[in-house]
Design a binder for this molecule. Structure first.
Ligand code: A2P
Length: 352
C-alpha cells in the first residue's frame, strides 16, 4: 500500500494557506489526515478539502501530536513560536516564513535548483522568499551552462506577498478612488491602488530593504554561490497575485540569446512567452493561477557584451510560496526524506 501522511497547515486561512489546501487536493498529495490550523480569529470556520468541510483548529500545544508534515505560512513569529514543538513531535516543518531561511542547518530549497538540499534537513526546511524563487527558477538553467557573475534585478511585486488582507485592501482602495473617495491604507503604509512604492519591508543601514537583501542572500545560499554578486530594487505595484521582475544577468563570456532561449524552453518550471511581432510577453494577469514562471523578452544587453536581459512574471502565491512548499513536500515523500534519521542516509541519493 502506498504510504499516506498526516499533514497540518499552519495559517490555513491565509492567502498561501488556502492555496496549499487546493494544491494538496489538485496534486493528490498522499494525505491520511489534514489538520487546518490558524489563530483564535478563525475558530469555528470551515474550509473545504476534497469535498469535505474541515474545521479550523486554533493552534495549540497538542496540535502537532502524531503529525508527519507541517506546511507553515502564518508569519515568522508564529513559525518561531511553534517550530520546536513541531520538531519535538517528530514532524517536518516546511516553513514559508523568513524565520529560519539563513540558518546553516536549515535547507533552503527550490526543487528545480537544489532538490538534494532537502535531504539534509533536521526537522525544518525553509521555503525561500517569493521573488527569490521566481528569479532562481529562471536564472538557474542559464547558471548551469555558464556561471552567473552578477545579477541586477528590479521587481514589480503584487499585493499578495503581504497576505490576503493586503489583496483585499487594493480592491477596496481601487473602488474608493473610482468613487472619488480617499484610499485608506491599513495593511500597507501608503495607498497601493493606482500607485506604487518601494517595498515596505524594513530598511537596512546600507539603504537596502529586507526584501532586496533576501534576494541577495537567499540566492547565494540556494545556488551555493556565496560570492555571487546580486543587487535588487524591489517595488510594490497594484497587482493582485503575480510578481514580475526585470533581470539583467552578466556572465563571464558572451551568452547567446538563442542558447538562453533554448535552455529556458526546456527548463523545469519555466514557460517561454515571447511573441515579438505582437509585443506580447509575460504579464502578471497571465501568470496568475499558473504553476510555471513565465519568461520572455530575452535580449542581449547592449551595454555589456556578456550581458542578457530577461523579463518574468510568476504567481506569487503559487510558485512563489504554496506550490514550492508542496513540491518540497513531494520531494520528501518521494525520497523517503521525511524523518531526519532516514534523511541523513538519503544525502547524495540519485534524484534521477
Ligand atoms: P487567521 O486568519 O486566524 O488570522 P495571510 O498571510 O494571508 O495574512 O495569512 C496569515 C495566516 O496566518 C492566516 O491563516 C492567519 O490566521 C495565520 N496566523 C496569523 N497569526 C497567527 C497566530 N498567532 N497563530 C496562528 N495562526 C496565525
Amino acid at each position: 500500500m502506498p504510504k499516506s501522511y498526516k499533514v497540518a497547515i499552519l495559517g490555513a486561512t491565509g492567502a498561501v494557506g488556502t492555496e496549499l489546501i487546493q494544491l494538496l487536493e489538485d496534486r493528490n498529495f498522499p494525505i491520511a489526515d489534514l489538520t487546518l490550523l490558524a489563530s483564535p480569529r478563525s475558530a469555528g470556520q470551515l474550509l473545504s478539502f476534497k469535498g469535505e468541510s474541515l474545521p479550523i483548529d486554533v493552534v495549540g500545544d497538542r496540535s502537532f501530536d502524531g503529525i508527519d508534515l507541517v506546511l507553515a505560512s502564518a508569519g515568522g513569529s508564529t513559525s518561531k513560536q511553534w517550530a520546536s514543538k513541531i520538531v519535538a513531535a517528530g514532524a517536518v516543518m516546511v516553513d514559508n516564513s523568513s524565520a529560519f531561511r539563513m540558518q546553516l542547518d536549515v535547507p533552503l530549497v527550490v526543487p528545480e535548483v537544489n532538490p538534494q538540499a532537502a535531504a539534509s534537513h533536521r526537522g525544518i526546511i525553509a521555503n525561500p522568499n517569493c521573488t527569490t524563487i521566481l528569479m532562481n527558477v529562471a536564472v538557474y538553467p542559464l547558471h548551469q551552462v555558464q556561471p552567473v557573475q552578477r545579477i541586477v534585478a528590479a521587481t514589480y511585486q503584487s499585493a499578495s506577498g503581504a497576505g490576503a488582507r493586503a489583496m483585499e485592501e487594493v480592491k477596496i482602495q481601487s473602488r474608493a478612488i473610482l468613487q472619488g473617495d480617499p484610499p485608506v491604507p491599513e495593511i500597507f503604509p501608503y495607498p497601493l491602488a493606482f500607485n506604487l512604492f518601494p517595498h515596505n519591508s524594513p530598511l537596512n543601514e546600507n539603504g537596502y530593504c529586507e526584501e532586496e537583501l533576501k534576494m541577495v542572500n537567499e540566492t547565494r545560499k540556494i545556488f551555493n554561490a556565496p560570492d555571487l554578486r546580486i543587487t535588487a530594487t524591489c517595488i510594490r505595484v497594484p497587482v493582485l497575485r503575480a510578481h514580475s521582475e526585470a533581470i539583467n544577468i552578466e556572465f563571464e563570456h558572451p551568452f547567446s540569446v538563442a542558447e538562453a532561449r533554448e535552455r529556458l524552453s526546456q527548463a523545469p518550471g519555466v514557460k517561454l512567452v515571447e511573441d515579438w511581432q505582437a509585443n506580447y510577453f509575460p504579464m502578471p494577469l497571465d501568470a496568475a493561477g499558473q504553476d510555471d514562471v513565465l519568461v520572455g523578452r530575452i535580449r542581449q544587453d547592449i551595454s555589456h557584451p556578456n550581458g542578457l536581459e530577461l523579463w518574468l512574471s510568476g504567481d506569487q502565491i503559487r510558485k512563489g510560496a504554496a506550490l514550492n512548499a508542496v513540491q518540497i513536500a513531494e520531494l520528501l515523500v518521494a525520497h523517503d526524506w521525511l524523518h531526519p534519521a532516514e534523511a541523513a542516509i538519503g544525502v547524495g541519493a540519485n534524484l534521477g
